[in-house]
Design a protein around this ligand. Structure first.
Ligand SMILES: [Zn+2]
Length: 588
């Protein structure tokens, strides 16, 4: 991807832009019959028979109904497209926008889905400008659909439109929506698809509903009270008109599964336990659970158990009677009593002290609480929702957490995946927080640079959504107004970016798609770029021998990682055993 960004192809009728050679993609498709694998780069693929997909499709339509089946297949396609977009950032980082973007349509052909031709392409990643038209010839989905159902009135290439939408959304770092305006299943010669930023389609909601597992996502309480049965659009840009703190942003399979489970359990009074690393948004899920439950008009009380001093936890949760201890000058109800009729959210429940665990168990089992210093038992009607980022089973084994309480809390566990395992959500979240902080800070930043998007997709996100939110806020503040957010505005606290996005171009020069990648961090910016900007040339012109170069590289990495070999290996893009082997070989 070039840094210039803008690209306009003005094609006359019947003209098509040629895609680049496909060798760089085809060479990443590997068949390994001895191990039972097919790999596309590092993703496992399978070959399936189109008639069996056709049968599956038919069963889905007949059991779920047309709309639900369409939505499910669209989302499946979205996930594939999002995954392939990560490959584009890796393989064609140094090519112009049209060629880099063509990874999607070319992979679609390579994967046997459909033959694609480009009709129009007017794209500027940094300005968020996107207009594209493609023709689909001999689409597999039309073939199986026509076989089963014949010609009809609506477009049916659902997985494929999901793919195009997921691919371009991740590629652009903002929601792009493709629509199939002509389809072979409607009697046309071939299918025609058009892609635009989601907010530029006037009636985007018609299509967007298929990308959303659940209508409640992004539906603000206000629109619910207004009796608005139609849900508010899922795309953050459209949701902007309905700002609320309830926003649930995501399109990945993992996110959708969590939403399905949330909706399933919301109407009951079951205790729910959210599991996941810190920063994944457990409290947001808990708030949404309350919002769509029958207790929604009663209080939602959130408590972070880890944030309350141990000696005050019981008083906080269960209340205190005047004179119970020094400082208890007045009687005070606890969070349980304050949540009466509603939902009590206990975050980091694994940190509760043993005595508090016992009282919590009683509250769950009997629906009764006792204030500290009181003998009176008060009954409460509270739904308890808890969250933890530690493995409670291990805590039980270690004797730190009551087993009976664990079983009581673990009635309906919901896992929320870390961000690195649902990368398809990253562009939606970026866009959501970009809009939020643009408004908050009155900044007119236009978006993210291409290399920033590539770096964000490759980052491993130890702090999850909270980290992403902080990073975007920092980016909005640091970037020039009306400029774009680049890598230097995002990664300012010494975060490590995966060295795999530092690609070597055809000329052998290291493409500076990431200014702070691991390898570069080892060599230092000067070492990589050199005066000529070409590290290979610089090394060849020096007197360094290869083993000396390796020596220096290994030493630098180990130093940089303060002697931590795993970290040093990561910086070098090799495994720890590989690094250990090289170090040993050098000593011997
Ligand atoms: Zn079609």
């Amino acid at each position: 991807m070039t840094t210039s960004g803008a690209e306009l192809l003005d094609l006359k009728d019947g003209d098509t832009e040629k895609f680049p050679e496909i060798d760089d993609l085809a060479s990443r498709l590997k068949f390994s019959p001895s191990t039972g694998h097919i790999w596309l780069d590092d993703r496992r693929m399978i070959l399936m028979h189109t008639p069996s997909i056709g049968a599956l499709r038919r069963e889905l339509i007949e059991t779920l109904g047309l709309e639900e089946a369409r939505a499910l297949l669209t989302r499946t396609g979205y996930a594939s497209g999002a995954s392939d977009a990560e490959l584009a950032a890796k393989v064609r980082a140094d090519m112009k926008v049209f060629d880099a973007f063509s990874v999607g349509p070319q992979l679609h052909a390579l994967e046997g889905i459909v033959k694609v031709e480009c009709q129009a392409f007017d794209v500027d990643v940094e300005r968020g400008k996107f207009y594209a038209e493609y023709l689909w010839f001999d689409s597999f989905e039309d073939e199986v659909h026509i076989n089963e159902f014949g010609i009809g009135a609506d477009p049916v290439c659902w997985m494929q439109i999901g793919y195009a939408t997921g691919y371009s959304t991740v590629f652009m770092g903002r929601p792009i929506l493709f629509r199939e305006v002509e389809c072979r299943s409607m009697g046309h010669q071939r299918c025609l698809i058009i892609g635009r930023p989601a907010e530029e389609w006037e009636d985007a909601e018609e299509d967007l509903k298929y990308f959303r597992a659940h209508a409640f996502a992004n539906r603000s309480p206000k629109t619910r009270k207004d009796g608005d049965a139609e849900s508010v659009p899922a795309t953050p840009q459209l949701a902007e008109q309905h700002p609320s703190r309830w926003d649930m942003v995501g399109a990945s399979a993992g996110f959708n599964v969590a939403c399905h489970m949330l909706e399933r359990v919301a109407g009951t009074d079951a205790t729910v336990l959210f599991l996941g690393e810190s920063g994944v948004g457990k409290e947001m899920f808990a708030r949404n659970l309350h919002r769509i439950s029958k207790r929604k008009d009663e209080p939602f009380i959130a408590v972070n158990c880890a944030a309350i001093p141990e000696n005050l936890v019981e008083a906080e949760l269960f209340g205190v009677e005047k004179g119970a201890f020094t400082g208890a000058t007045a009687s005070k109800p606890g969070r349980f009593e304050r949540a009466e009729g509603g939902t009590l959210f206990l975050d980091e429940v694994g940190t509760l002290a043993p005595s508090a665990q016992g009282k919590l168990l009683r509250a769950l089992q009997e629906g009764e609480v006792e204030r500290v210093g009181d003998t009176r038992v008060r009954s409460v009607d509270v739904r308890v929702v808890a969250a933890t980022n530690v493995d409670l089973k291990n805590a039980v084994k270690a004797g730190e957490f009551r087993e009976d309480l664990f079983f009581r809390l673990n009635v309906f566990p919901i896992h929320i995946l870390p961000l690195r395992e649902r990368k398809a959500d990253i562009p939606l979240l970026l866009n959501h927080f970009l809009n939020k902080f643009r408004r908050l800070h009155g900044q007119a930043v236009t978006g993210f640079s291409e290399r920033a998007i590539a770096a964000l997709l490759n980052y491993h996100w130890p702090g999850n959504i909270r980290e992403l939110e902080n990073m975007v806020e920092r980016g909005v503040i640091l970037a020039a107004s009306e400029g774009v957010i680049d890598i230097c505005h995002l990664f300012t606290s010494g975060e490590r970016i995966d060295s795999s996005i530092l690609a070597i171009s055809k000329t052998g020069s290291l493409d500076r798609s990431s200014e702070t990648s691991g390898l570069e961090a080892v060599l230092g910016a000067e070492g990589v770029a050199g005066s000529s900007g070409n590290v290979i040339d610089d090394i060849l012109q020096s007197d360094l021998r290869f083993d000396e170069l390796e020596d220096r590289l290994l030493n630098a990495a180990v130093d940089k990682a303060d002697g931590n070999l795993s970290e040093a290996a990561r910086l070098l893009g090799i495994t720890r055993p590989q690094l250990a082997y090289r170090l040993k070989k050098r000593q011997g």
